[in-house]
Design a protein around this ligand. Structure first.
Ligand code: ADP
Ligand code: MG
Length: 693
């Protein structure tokens, strides 16, 4: 249960005094539904309303706070036009400009001959200073109220800054005094403020420097958030490890049979990863390991070997893929090899219904299906394994081990291996998995040709199409990827259809189109035609990113490459260069590119090393964007920035580990404070892993 101390922060924003239902909705949109969200909604700017220099020296386009004498009123000449109030600060004149204002109201606000302190954005029009709708107009004796530094916040349409600011102030008034969860030595060493002080100061910046991620208050708050993330992951992991595992240690016979049937031998990296996996499986604790490797680095084979290890012991193995296409592809790769070794393998996806499904589920339950490949349908109710020993989850580029833990429930002590094709930077890996064991396939299978990547401006589309025509004449297979249109699948599809129809005018029936709106069998038919038959130019949305394997494809054109995340471009490009023929990738961009856009495409052009690309992407764009889409499943942070605060992650990880070693149930004084921290950041699920919670 959430500690009572935190209740005031976990009320709805509408409970703040002065916030009515209409603004509550808008505040919810801008910051979040709960009062605590307002604490995390840090200022993005400051308005300095301290007295500014005389009008002639006051900078253009900035907020100025001036002491003015009102000279005269100039109502609009006709019915339209602004109402002007001409004032002077003794150095120059300035026009206060009002649209749709009532004259009598303005005469009361700004009586001729009197002095008023006025604050607002100063602009110059034909050399004359003016200020439209000043935000503050007060008599001199009230000037102290406005001559301050005010924070500004990311807001939303219809929500006045003043209202949002007042809501934040209301939230700040509810801050409780909490015991310190930070390790005393770290706190002393870093000289960070206490939590409550940090929150208050973060909302009262003195100047722009206080908004930087390395301002002490911001670091402290970022650290708190990261610590809660690392602590939660450490708790999940500790629980996993506490559950008894089983020792899976096959005799190697099936693995040997498959190795003999392969036309190649395993790479050094594959061997090393396998050794690590086999050691985990042999141990009597449960395996929780991530296998990270670029597209085409040979993860599937490693997965197969791990599964055969379980089968050698008489147990079963499962491989779960994120999409239907990918599940079928894994099946197609694995099935002939498994057959060589005499192992029965099944596939189960959402497409299987009725009798077919019942028959497959039956074979899984009685244990005659030794290896089962599938989508999440595999882990739905009604699917019971006789004896599942290892589960392999191919996440491609979706993450979130904790959600998938439920999968462990399918067996007594299922070892779990998560595979990902996205070379996630170390820091981001840590946000998603904490202290996970990781194997990396850094080496590509031999015989791969490097991909020749070029960047081309979109206005040279005609030449690109000519180039594609030449490649097609030489017998190449070509992918043409259409961009994301504002994250809308419908528009993506429209863009792809349209491109396909223009290309069809030139290439006729050799053009196929593939997108997320097609039904399963339709997709299969298009893919099959591309792989084996009449389609040579495949226009597609990013659906091809996950799981298309046509080694004969040697050309890829990506439209509006600047709109994609680097990780995504890397994934896409990984679809070519799979065979032994030279491949070409054309990244089409619309000019002008931003500087960052330029740098990003240059990275793509200059390297194929996915780990390098990922690190560069994180550096260039920051964590929020790195994975191309928000739905990546990586945890998002309110105050921590995995790029700017990268160095805090290992510190927090070690801190969390140390704390849990000393106080595994978080029962001591610091442990209790840490529980509060978990609740504060809404990691309630993790707290449930503790005794007495
Ligand atoms: P990933 O799943 O990591 O994208 P795959 O397992 O699909 O990669 O492997 C890509 C291709 O490389 C497949 O055609 C596979 O048969 C081949 N391959 C895997 N390991 C090796 C190896 N050691 N030597 C040569 N080719 C390999
Ligand atoms: Mg694969």
């Amino acid at each position: 249960m959430r500690p009572e101390l935190l209740f005031p922060l976990f009320a709805e924003v509408g409970r703040i005094k002065g916030v009515g239902p209409r603004y509550a909705k808008l505040i919810e949109k801008a910051a979040g539904p709960q009062i605590v969200d307002l604490l995390w909604h840090l200022p993005s700017g400051v308005v300095d309303r301290r007295p500014s220099p005389p009008i002639p020296e006051a900078p253009d386009g900035r907020v100025a706070t001036l002491t003015l004498t009102v000279l005269r009123h100039q109502p609009p000449p006709g019915r339209r036009g602004p109402y002007r109030v001409v004032c002077s600060d003794g150095h120059a004149d300035i026009d206060l400009v009002y649209f749709h204002a009532k004259g009598d109201w303005l005469e009361k606000l700004l009586p001729v001959g009197e002095v008023r302190v006025v604050s607002g954005r100063l602009e110059r029009f034909q050399g004359r200073a003016q200020m439209a709708h000043p935000e503050h107009v007060v008599p001199e004796e009230e000037a102290e109220e406005i001559r301050i530094v005010e924070p500004t916040y990311p807001s939303t349409e219809g929500l006045p800054m003043r209202t949002l600011r007042r809501a934040v102030e209301g939230a700040l008034e509810r801050i409780p005094t909490l015991d310190e969860w930070m390790s005393p030595s770290l706190l002393a060493q870093r000289a960070w403020p206490r939590w409550d002080e940090a929150v208050r100061r973060a909302h009262a910046p003195e100047d722009a420097r206080d908004l930087e991620p390395d301002a002490p208050t911001r670091i402290r708050l970022a650290y708190d958030e990261i610590l809660s993330n690392q602590l939660a992951l450490a708790l999940v992991r500790a629980r996993m490890k506490r559950q008894k595992g089983r020792s899976v240690h096959g005799d190697g016979s099936l693995r040997e049979a498959v190795a003999k049937a392969l036309p190649f031998s395993l790479t050094g990296a594959q061997r090393m990863a396998l050794a690590e996996i086999e050691a985990d499986m042999a141990a009597d604790t449960r395996m929780l390991r991530l296998l990270q490797g670029d597209v085409g680095s040979g993860k599937t084979l490693v997965a197969l070997m791990a599964m055969l290890n379980a089968v050698e012991c008489g147990a079963q193995a499962a491989l779960m893929a994120p999409t239907e296409i990918l599940a079928r592809q894994h099946f197609a790769t694995i099935e002939p090899l498994a057959r060589q070794a005499g192992v029965r393998i099944e596939i189960l996806t959402g497409r299987d219904r009725g009798k077919t499904r019942a028959a497959i589920v039956g074979r899984i339950a009685e244990g005659s299906a030794k290896i089962v490949v599938g989508t999440h349908a595999l882990f739905q109710e009604g699917v019971e394994f006789r004896d599942l020993a290892v589960a392999i989850i191919d996440e491609q580029h979706r993450f979130g081990v904790h959600q998938r833990m439920s999968l462990g429930g399918k067996g007594q002590a299922v070892d779990t291996l998560v595979m990902t094709a996205t070379p996630i930077p170390r820091t981001l890996l840590m946000t998603a998995y904490g202290d996970l064991d990781v194997s990396r396939l850094t080496e590509k299978p031999p015989g791969r040709q490097p991909i020749d990547t070029r960047t081309v401006a979109l206005d040279r589309l005609g030449e690109v199409v000519d180039g594609v025509a030449r490649k097609l004449d030489q017998g190449a297979k070509v992918y043409w990827v259409c961009p994301l249109v504002e994250e809308s699948e419908k528009l993506d599809v429209a863009a792809a259809e349209e491109r396909a129809s223009t290309l069809r005018r030139r290439f006729g029936d050799r053009v196929g189109v593939l997108h997320g709106r097609l039904k399963g069998p339709e997709k299969d038919a298009v893919m099959d035609a591309f792989k084996n038959g009449t389609v040579d130019l495949l226009v597609a949305t990013t659906v091809i990113e996950v799981g298309v394997d046509v080694p004969e494809a040697t050309v890829m054109v990506i439209e509006h490459a600047e709109r994609f995340g680097l990780a995504q471009l890397h994934q896409l490009r990984g679809r070519i260069g799979r065979g032994d023929k030279a491949s070409t990738c054309l990244l089409l961009y619309s000019s002008p590119l931003t500087e960052t856009g330029h740098a990003r495409l240059a990275v793509m052009r200059d390297t194929e090393d996915g780990f390098l690309i990922a690190e560069e992407d994180l550096r260039l764009r920051g964590a929020g964007e790195v994975l191309g889409t928000r739905q990546s499943g990586l945890p998002t942070f309110r105050m921590a920035d995995p790029a700017a605060h990268a160095s805090l992650f290992p510190v927090a990880r070690d801190d969390a580990r140390l704390l849990l070693n000393q106080d595994p149930e978080l029962e001591g004084p610091r442990g209790k404070a840490a529980r509060t921290l978990l609740y504060l950041f809404e990691r309630d699920a993790a707290v449930r892993y503790l005794r007495g919670a």
